[in-house]
Write a new protein. Structure first.
Length: 137
């Protein structure tokens, strides 16, 4: 495996178990692999790299699902805020959450703008002198 960069069927089963089980020990049991073997595989570059890739893909899928549900979540908060029969505590909680999320969104947009500005400045600093634009004061 380590020489060719490919994974055995047992290693592929172990990877899937690592994604679905709570502990490495549980993953070893579920994939019918020895616990020490699984720990050894996790130290091997090919196996651990495949595991990191699969975990990143799983997180990406989860984030996509959260983004899809976010419009419904905003609707639910808005409906709770506008519901004339809702208790005051529900309205205050909804209003607080809406304001908190809106503020966080603004902060993220500001950080993105500032990072883009810093990246642009760094590109100017990294450019060779003959390519750097002339900036007049």
């Amino acid at each position: 495996m380590a020489r060719t960069g490919t994974l055995s069927a047992a290693q592929e089963r172990a990877l899937l178990a690592l994604l679905s089980e709570r502990t490495v020990e549980d993953a070893a049991t579920a994939s019918k692999v020895g616990r020490r073997t699984l720990w050894r595989w996790l130290r091997e570059p090919v196996f651990s790299g495949a595991y990191r890739t699969l975990r990143a893909e799983a997180v990406s899928v989860a984030v996509g699902r959260l983004q899809q549900a976010s419009a419904k979540a905003v609707d639910a908060l808005t409906n709770a805020l506008e519901d004339s029969n809702a208790p005051a505590a529900v309205k205050v909680t909804a209003a607080t959450k809406i304001l908190d999320l809106a503020l966080r969104g603004c902060e993220i947009e500001e950080l993105k703008r500032r990072i883009a500005e810093l990246e642009q400045r760094q590109e100017l600093l990294d450019a060779p002198e003959e390519e750097a634009p002339i900036v007049s004061a």
